[in-house]
Design a protein around this ligand. Structure first.
Ligand code: ZN
Length: 265
């Protein structure tokens, strides 16, 4: 009997719907995605980082559970040439009915140590923000060691729908996020600063991410990020999962990009 109750609880727990706001499923070794989907991570935003990755991202996205974002990440921004840049921009425009964001894009001042490299990253980042404005899509932004510069470029471009992935900002940056109603996504790894950010921001600005396979091996670990948010916000896990999943679906407008719509017609 005891066992039965536990088993029932386990099943119930696994059915909690979760969403991963930022991952790279094209880079996962194991391309069988049924494990984390049946575990409950039923909405995932997978981000392309370069040409090969953007093409593969489109390939593996089903627009049912897995939704594609296409971008030029800060590493690739350092080497991308004009023609290849144009190819990726056209790829995004040609797949507007499927893609939910321009991402991963942004700046990374660990990868770009000198000024010439920083300027190159900024130029590509600006071009990607123009593309987002033109296509009315949100952006998924990387800002390692560059949050101040990222914010100043976003302000100059007046970019509207911004998602800061792996947000590592301070109180001043939190003010920017609140004022502009941006979203952040919380990875599963706790840190003092991250916990402070979760405390300061309303839950309506919070999503969770695995960044799999980079920061976490598998999207199922978003469960730990939801646990962290629920504990800091003092609400139960189920409620936190519900709010965070809804935030993700609304921000990326997945309902409009779902192929279930066309199946229903
Ligand atoms: Zn990433």
């Amino acid at each position: 009997m005891q066992k039965e109750i536990l088993r029932h609880r386990e099943l119930k727990k696994q059915k909690t719907e979760m969403a991963d706001a930022h991952c790279h499923l094209d880079l996962m070794e194991n391309k069988d995605f049924t494990e984390f989907i049946s575990y409950g991570v039923r909405t995932l935003i997978t981000n392309g980082i370069d040409t090969k990755s953007n093409l593969e991202t489109l390939n593996i996205s089903d627009n049912r559970n897995i939704f594609p974002a296409l971008g030029i990440d800060p590493q690739f921004a350092l080497i991308v040439g004009g023609e290849e840049l144009d190819f990726n921009i056209k790829l995004a425009k040609d797949n507007l009915s499927r893609i939910v964001a321009i991402g991963e894009i942004g700046l990374d001042f660990i990868a770009a140590a000198d000024d010439a490299k920083k300027q190159k990253q900024i130029r590509i980042f600006e071009r990607m923000l123009d593309l987002a404005a033109e296509t009315h899509l949100p952006v998924s932004v990387h800002s390692r060691n560059s949050i101040k510069e990222v914010i100043s470029v976003l302000e100059a471009k007046k970019t509207k729908k911004v998602h800061f992935h792996f947000f590592e900002g301070d109180l001043e940056d939190i003010y920017y996020i609140k004022k502009n109603n941006c979203m952040i996504s919380v990875p599963p790894q706790p840190s003092a600063r991250r916990m402070q950010v979760i405390k300061e921001l309303p839950i309506s600005n919070i999503m969770v991410e695995s960044d799999a396979p980079a920061a976490s091996k598998n999207p199922i670990y978003v469960e730990n990020a939801i646990k962290m948010v629920s504990e800091i916000k003092g609400i139960d896990f189920e409620r936190a999962a519900q709010i965070i999943t809804a935030n993700t679906k609304i921000f990326f407008n997945t309902k409009n990009k779902s192929n279930l719509n066309s199946l229903r017609k």
